[in-house]
Design a protein around this ligand. Structure first.
Ligand code: C2E
Ligand code: MG
Ligand code: MG
Ligand code: MG
Length: 286
């Protein structure tokens, strides 16, 4: 009987696995055509000065509007794009479009682009970025690339060379999701980071988990010690903002300041020096 049950469980498991594999294949297959079919688009999320709410720039986030599945979140297709190598084509598309867009802005706001491990380690990545910057006319100083620590582990030497070349171009290098990877501290010493992004999992737990508050405080102290600006991601409430302000955080990003939206919804932020967060909210957070 146990044997029977075991077999049943196994069959169930096998079927579930099969479905998962088919699902992945189907996503990979559709992703191949997504660029050509115009199914990919970009949304932009403001990054702001904590004190004033002034917009400093935007992070670009990829969106896939699948004809049948609808909006597929990055978490459901970026890993597949990375494993299949498609991220190279897709990443280049993101970089080119983001730079093209930012080059038209009337204010020299920064533009932060997420770059995956495979891209950073690919042949001639810094050269590709240089080409895009030249072709779009964007000043390289306005371009920021966000990389996670996992981008450094596969081939640290290659990653270092690529980051050094990018820095020579004038590009800013931000460590994304700081605290969620591994050996973060030695990475800060070994790689030429210009900026640290505290992961939103810490930010969103500052009032529920004392550990998270301690970690956020420590990262802010680390930034001060290293002379690196720290930006907090995933700021959703005035209470979180208030905590960050008290602890000396200077830059913020999160739903409280603005959700990621298509560029046409942001023209006022780009053209005028509009304060994203209503003053009243800033004061409430004091
Ligand atoms: P990430 O780079 O850490 O981006 C921040 C994520 O947090 C985004 O999710 C953003 O929408 C979300 N977020 C921002 N503020 C808040 C907030 O206040 N509350 C909550 N709950 N979430 C917030 P998204 O757009 O789903 O992207 C997820 C991840 O996918 C990104 O994490 C990044 O690792 C990856 N990704 C997105 N676009 C690209 C891309 O063009 N290239 C690559 N390689 N990866 C990308
Ligand atoms: Mg990011
Ligand atoms: Mg992040
Ligand atoms: Mg994150």
């Amino acid at each position: 009987r146990a044997k029977q049950e075991g077999k049943g469980t196994y069959r169930f498991f096998e079927a579930a696995m099969g479905a998962q594999i088919r699902e992945r294949r189907s996503i990979e297959h559709d992703l191949h055509n997504a660029i050509e079919n115009g199914e990919l688009s970009l949304v932009y999320q403001p990054q702001a000065q904590l004190e004033t709410g002034e917009v400093l720039g935007f992070e670009v986030l990829l969106r896939w509007n699948h004809p049948v599945r609808g909006l597929v979140p990055p978490s459901a297709f970026i890993p597949i794009a990375e494993e299949s190598g498609l991220i190279l084509t897709i990443g280049e598309w993101v970089m080119r479009h983001a730079c093209q867009e930012a080059a038209t802005w009337t204010r020299p706001l920064s533009i932060a682009v997420n770059v995956s491990a495979l891209q950073l380690g690919s042949d001639g990545f810094p050269h590709l970025v240089q080409g895009i910057v030249e072709e779009t006319g964007l000043s390289a100083e306005r371009l920021e690339i966000e990389i996670t620590e996992t981008a450094l582990v596969r081939d640290p030497h290659r990653a270092l060379l690529a980051l050094q070349r990018l820095k020579e171009l004038g590009v800013t290098i931000a460590m994304d999701d700081f605290g969620t990877g591994y050996s973060s501290l030695s990475n800060l010493q070994a790689f030429p980071f210009d900026k640290i992004k505290i992961d939103r999992s810490f930010v969103q737990a500052v009032h529920t988990k004392p550990q998270a508050a301690a970690i956020v405080r420590a990262v802010l102290g680390l930034g001060r010690g290293l002379g690196l600006p720290v930006i907090a991601e995933g700021v959703e409430t005035p209470e979180e903002l208030s905590f960050l302000g008290q602890e000396g955080c200077t830059e913020v990003q999160g739903y409280l300041f603005g959700r990621p939206v298509p560029i046409n919804e942001l023209t006022s932020l780009i053209c005028d020096n509009v304060i994203v967060l209503p003053r009243t909210l800033m004061r409430a957070a004091d």
